[in-house]
Design a protein around this ligand. Structure first.
Ligand code: PGA
Length: 248
């Protein structure tokens, strides 16, 4: 099995953040410049802040990403944003297939795979999210659901490209609940095996996401095959996000 070298700690601001919140980002960047992290650090703000954040953090250690993109490069899709637009704004990553998109916007694995293709076309690193619901966990189907989601969300053209997978149990997002460390390890092993079967040797990091906080980050990040974290709520405050980064 290939274990990725540097962990990736990515913050997902979701639909949070105004210009004034760039002060938090500056604080984070300054702290990481003074005290360089052992891991990669990324922030995915709402699209309205990407360009400003890129400008503010230019030359610093924090990479910037989007939270979604449409598969098409341009066209009559009111309200949507393309991978090319994210790249043009200065983003280098994009979160795709987050459960909030899958649920609220009815995105299917096929849609996610098409978006992954778009991200690669625009030279963005996709962070592809998968995860089971509480009902699926309770019925003992978590592994099979996640493996199937993963297989169908990853287009074959990913081979040879840089990408990450984020395992985010839907029931752990924003709830304060997390799976046990053994459950996380079991799922990450299954994801690694699935990746190895399709993209042998890619070393893509497998992030854990869902209620990662300063007080549980070290334990979760020490689990075998956990190659980083996708952090929602706790990425909004520089002090909390920094603690998680330090735990990596
Ligand atoms: P949370 O969100 O850390 O607030 O649970 C994680 C996510 O949805 O990416």
């Amino acid at each position: 099995m290939t274990t990725p070298v540097r962990k990736l700690i990515a913050g997902n601001w979701k639909m949070n953040g105004l210009g004034v919140d760039l002060l938090e980002t500056e604080r984070l960047s300054k702290a990481l410049t003074a005290e360089p992290a052992h891991c990669r650090v990324a922030l995915c703000p709402p699209a309205t802040l990407i360009e400003r954040m890129v400008r503010e953090l230019k030359g610093g250690p924090v990479e910037i990403g989007g939270q979604d993109c449409r598969a098409e490069a341009s066209g009559a899709f009111t309200g949507d944003i393309s991978a090319e637009m994210l790249r043009d704004a200065g983003a280098h990553l994009v979160i795709l297939g987050h459960s909030e998109r899958r649920t609220l916007h009815h995105e299917t694995d096929v849609d996610v795979a098409a978006k992954v293709g778009a991200a690669l076309r625009a030279a963005l690193e996709p962070v592809i999210c998968v995860g089971e619901t509480l009902a699926q966990r309770k019925s003992g189907d978590a592994l099979s659901v996640v493996v199937r989601q993963l297989r169908e969300s990853l287009p074959a053209l990913l081979a040879g490209h840089r990408f990450a997978v984020a395992y985010e149990p839907v029931w752990a997002i924003g709830s304060g609940l997390t799976p046990t460390l053994a459950e996380i390890e079991e799922m990450h092993r299954a994801i690694r095996e699935t990746l190895e079967a399709s993209f042998a040797g890619s070393g893509a990091p497998i992030l854990y996401g869902g209620s990662v906080k300063p007080d549980n980050a070290a334990q979760i990040l020490a689990v075998k095959e956990v190659g980083g974290a996708l952090v929602g709520g706790a990425s909004l405050k520089a002090a909390d996000f920094l603690e998680i980064i330090r735990a990596a």
